[in-house]
Design a protein around this ligand. Structure first.
Ligand code: SAH
Ligand code: SF4
Ligand code: F3S
Length: 456
């Protein structure tokens, strides 16, 4: 539990966009602010502090921030007229990339802070309360933020995120992450295991290890020697009560032999892997600076499936990267058909300021991007449905995590991350239970508890 030095007298409202690392970071910002008396609140109107944790990955994601700021401006003004103060902070990757522009476009913002400075938040609040002007902190400080964040982590529940690695050195042509999150850095194995043990002691059964490039993790072990994700998975699997381990997002180049072997040896490592390929065309993969070919990706997937035949894959795709021809796009469709994905995210290429691809010749027009995206998504949807339908008639282990939407229903996930609903007692929440899958839907499964099924 977090030691409260002050009672919960102030309300903190957070809005989080972007990847799971932002979700994790929002939790850690709440942890930092709890000792100052800030308690989470669902309402922005009555909040004493509002933090927007932002994403810069595509143009649309970044624009959402400015429209939300417009709405908050009115609330902040209403609070001021009532004699109250609302501190407005913008965190995350838009803050990092466009800190000065935020203050120019929205001067009523009090604090702008980049992803590496969350541990300094209390200091910034104190400064913002004293000063009339805004506080901006988008350094990549020499100290590691994780070493300065409080150890105590608020309980996350049965499933939890744990950031083990940040930043990226890959510099894909289209991507802002190396600029917004900085160079790759790994937390130590000791720190990761300690946090995992704390989560498990608070009731977590499933941990998803997070990193922009999670399988490039090389945190030092207890002897000061760089470790690897395969070793970390084995060490985590030894924590009693930790029943499921996942990790995301992986880069194909960093899937080493030991990590592949871990998938065969560690039953806690779930047979589902998010392994973005982005494109199936070797020309475009080279232009993207992905540093692998379509054949190398196919070979990697074959090696993974050899050791773990039930492994399911998901991926990210970009259509319309500069230079992408109809043939390149066909190559992407061919790769999708060859691999067969259980789920996927796909996006139209969005030029990001400061990235190499944004200035490249051969920009693809919007209509072509739209058409390619629709074609790709139709194929991916078909594959996702087929993957779900293949589970019909099978008995699969489901970790129940929550009450369902309808009365008497409970919900959970299969090892392949498919949501499952059954009629069943809430006492099963927190347990892994065999479920007979009776019906597949495009995005979820319906099942019956095996004991019940045996009775009918
Ligand atoms: N680290 C991960 C990806 C992080 S960003 C990886 O290496 O794959 C999540 C996804 O957003 C990417 O996989 C990519 O598909 C998409 N993305 C990133 N930049 C983009 C851009 N400029 N336009 C469209 N999609 C983009
Ligand atoms: Fe972005 Fe590429 Fe790094 Fe992924 S590997 S975060 S896509 S630069
Ligand atoms: Fe977005 Fe930053 Fe994550 S740009 S996807 S929030 S690393």
């Amino acid at each position: 539990m977090i030691e409260q030095s002050k009672p919960n007298t102030k309300r903190l409202h957070m809005i989080t966009w972007g990847c799971q690392m932002n979700v994790y970071d929002s939790g850690r910002m709440a942890d930092v602010l709890a000792p100052l008396g800030y308690a989470p609140s669902d309402s922005a109107e009555t909040a004493d502090m509002v933090i927007l944790n932002t994403c810069h990955i595509r143009d649309k994601a970044a624009e959402k921030v400015f429209s939300e700021l417009g709405r908050l401006r009115l609330m902040k003004e209403a609070r001021r007229l009532a004699g109250d103060r609302m501190i407005l902070a913008v965190a995350g990757c838009v803050a990092q990339a466009e800190g000065a522009e935020i203050l120019a476009r929205a001067p009523y913002v009090d604090i702008v802070l980049g992803p590496q400075t969350y541990h300094r938040l209390p200091e910034m609040i104190a400064q913002a309360s004293r000063a009339a002007g805004a506080v901006i902190d988008t350094d990549f400080p020499a100290e590691e933020k994780f070493d300065f964040l409080p150890d105590a982590v608020a309980p996350q529940g049965l499933t939890a995120f744990l950031t083990i690695q940040e930043g990226c050195d890959k510099f894909c042509s289209f991507c802002v992450v190396p600029y917004t999150r900085g160079a790759e850095s790994s937390r130590s194995q000791v720190a990761v295991l300690a946090e995992a043990r704390r989560l498990v002691a608070q009731g977590t059964q499933e941990i998803t290890l997070l990193g922009q490039n999670v399988n490039a993790w090389h945190g030092i072990d207890e002897h000061g020697v760089p470790s690897s994700l395969g070793r970390l998975a084995r060490a985590l699997a030894r924590i009693p009560g930790l029943t499921r381990i996942r990790y995301t997002t992986s880069h194909p180049r960093d899937m080493d032999a030991d990590l592949i072997a871990a998938h065969a040896e560690v039953p806690e490592l779930m047979p589902f892997l998010h392994l973005p390929v982005q494109s199936g065309s070797d020309r475009i993969l080279a232009a993207m600076n992905r540093r692998h070919t379509g054949a190398e990706y196919r070979d990697l997937v074959a090696r993974l499936r050899q050791v773990r035949p039930d492994l399911a894959l998901s991926s990210d795709f970009i259509v319309g990267h500069p230079g992408e021809t109809e043939q390149d796009f066909e190559d992407t469709l061919a790769l999708v058909r060859d691999i067969g994905f259980a789920s996927a995210f796909s996006f139209k290429y969005s030029p990001r300021p400061g990235t190499p691809a944004a200035g490249s010749p051969g920009q693809v027009d919007e209509a072509t991007k739209d058409r390619r995206l629709q074609t790709l998504q139709a194929l991916l949807r078909e594959q996702q449905t087929a993957f779900n339908v293949a589970k019909q008639g099978q008995v699969v282990p489901v970790l129940f995590t929550n009450p369902g939407r309808r009365a008497g229903q409970i919900g959970g996930r299969t090892p392949w991350l498919q949501p499952v609903h059954v009629q069943g007692p809430e006492t099963l929440i927190g347990h892994i239970v065999p479920v007979f899958i009776s019906l597949a839907h495009p995005n979820s499964l319906t099942g019956t508890l095996v004991e019940e099924h045996a009775c009918v």
